[in-house]
Ligand binder design. Structure first.
Ligand code: BES
Ligand code: ZN
Ligand code: ZN
Length: 516
């Protein structure tokens, strides 16, 4: 799988020769009026003229992700003109642009269109405040991200896979002032880096448990780090014991596959004394059977994605290595397989985490918080001053938020606010849930300091967060429960079925917000 080649071109889209030129359209109607009013997001009169008849036909409604294709459009150099709907003008956002670019690429694929172009949306084309106020730089970034993410299909294990690669994509923008063009190009380049990192994370999540064991995850992370110029150490059972990571080891010991403790370090050339050190901690359960508290068979195959948090951190480090923010970043990935076995940990066991906290095991299926407990503590001992973790942690989070928003928890308003600001650029959706001390009772144990489940199943995502919070301690910490958002159950016009790569973009942006 070669990466699609993407570039920016400044000039007149009408005279740009390409097999397919995509142009965006919005629906101008506001209420539930009967007839949609599609309007193109371009000031290019030749393109508008070519699309006129189709637009007036009423066939194309410009709903989000809808496409209409015109061959041999009059007055254009392009062989085809593709109209791509972005939905109602009043709902316009950067995220719609990202999805629209994706829909354009995914329309090209089944048609075997290998090379294509997208007309950069002219924000001034319509009188809508929301559209006019969007930054062209962030638009460039959203376009390339959406396109790169959409290009990938996870069908490497299918013998009947059709090659539907799009080889090249050009964003054609009207001539701009030098400074603006440079700013657009810079954001475009950043978008490419971040999207490549997200696709790398997705490719890891797609791998089945028999292929991607903890050891293999470690090897893939190491290979990425070698190529990107990051320091990377991959440890296993002996190191867990040496560090007294009994919580992590408890989960790992039931599997014939050894665990992997993956530590990746990015260090800028210089950082001022007292500068923050960012710690990224990922849950890397390469398969979660539930262990002795075994899961039901139905849907268990999906638990190969229980390392999506780890993949997000490995992906984020790939982007960080290339974007080079002025802040030190250490990623700690805790990878193991959660299996039932004669040597597996059991309900009722008591283990002492690396931090010294004793934990009563109530359910061996609540394994993610155990590996993260030692990962978070270890990151602090490595000098991290700010922590973020990502994990497919609880089914309860999926019950609470569905598959649209991921769960966001934090013990620190500043770190949390920075994360929320990062979402404006990443376009990802998170909804904050509480992790305040009044929930501390959820994890109180009669036997040990804490237990690894809540008292009952109510507020299960919060119980898990409260457990992690014990190990973050006073260190500013953000926790992302991505259980509902890491796997796309349905194909969308802008993204394939399967791994979503969620959290990569937001984590990268959050890290950059600490750059000196
Ligand atoms: N990996 C699962 C979380 C999960 C469950 C993700 C369903 C996606 C869908 C996690 O390890 C787990 O099993 N959590 C348990 C915790 C419970 C035993 C306290 C859960 O959510 O049921
Ligand atoms: Zn589990
Ligand atoms: Zn799990």
């Amino acid at each position: 799988m070669e990466d699609m080649e993407t570039k920016m071109f400044f000039g007149d889209a009408a005279v740009f020769a390409t097999p397919m030129l995509a142009v965006f359209a919005v629906d101008l109607t506001e209420g539930k009026q009967a007839d949609p009013q599609p309007a193109l997001l371009t000031a290019n009169t030749a393109i508008t003229a070519a699309a006129q008849t189709l637009l007036e036909s009423g066939e194309f409604k410009a709903s989000l992700g809808e496409v209409a294709l015109l061959h041999a459009p009059a007055g254009l150099k392009a062989e085809r003109l593709l109209l791509v709907g972005l939905g109602k003008a009043k709902d316009f956002s950067l995220d719609r642009i990202r999805k629209g670019a994706g829909a354009a690429v995914r329309a090209a694929k089944p048609r075997s269109v290998r090379n294509m172009a997208i007309a950069f949306p002219d924000h001034g084309a319509l009188t809508s405040d929301q559209i006019a106020s969007l930054s062209v730089a962030l638009t460039a970034r959203a376009l390339v991200e959406g396109a790169e993410i959409a290009e990938v299909d996870f069908d490497i294990y299918r013998s009947d896979r059709k090659d539907s690669e799009v080889y090249s994509l050009t964003l054609v923008a009207a001539d701009a002032a030098d400074a603006t063009a440079r700013e657009m190009q810079r954001n475009f380049d950043e978008g490419r880096i971040v999207a490549a990192a997200q696709n790398f994370a997705r490719s890891l999540v797609n791998e089945p448990g028999n292929v991607l064991t903890p050891t293999v995850l470690g090897a893939r992370a190491k290979a990425m780090c070698d190529e990107a110029g990051l320091k990377c150490e991959v440890h296993s059972s002996a190191k867990l014991q040496e560090l007294k990571m009994e919580a992590f080891w408890a989960v790992a010991k039931g599997s014939a596959e050894p665990p992997a403790l993956i530590v990746m370090t990015y260090e800028p050339k210089t950082t001022p004394a007292g500068a923050p050190v960012i710690g990224l901690v990922g849950k890397g359960i390469t398969f979660d059977t539930g262990g002795i508290s075994i899961k039901p068979a139905d849907g268990m195959e999906k638990m190969k994605y229980d390392m999506a948090g780890a993949a997000a951190m490995i992906g984020a480090m790939h982007a960080i290595a290339r974007l080079k923010p002025a802040v030190k970043v250490i990623a700690v990935v805790c990878s193991a397989e959660n299996m039932p076995d004669g040597r597996a940990y059991k309900p009722g066991d008591v283990v002492t985490a690396m931090s010294g906290t004793t934990i009563e095991i109530v359910n061996t299926d609540a394994e993610g918080r155990l590996v993260l407990a030692d990962g978070l503590h270890y990151a602090k001992t490595l000098g991290c001053t700010h922590l973020i973790d990502a994990a497919t942690l609880t089914g309860a989070c999926v019950v609470a938020l569905g598959m649209i928003n991921a769960g966001l928890f934090s013990n620190d308003e500043t770190a949390c606010a920075k994360f929320v600001s990062a979402l404006e650029i990443s376009g990802e959706k998170y909804w904050r849930l509480p992790a305040t001390d009044d929930y501390r009772d959820h994890i109180k144990s009669e036997i040990a300091d804490i237990m690894n489940t809540g008292k009952n199943r109510y507020g299960g995502a919060i119980s898990a967060a409260m457990f992690l919070k014990e190990f973050a301690g006073d260190t500013p910490w953000v926790h992302l429960d991505i259980a509902g958002c890491a796997w796309n159950e349905e194909k969308k016009p802008w993204i394939a079925y399967g791994p979503s790569g969620i959290a990569v973009r937001s984590i990268v942006e959050w890290v950059r917000s600490y750059s000196a």
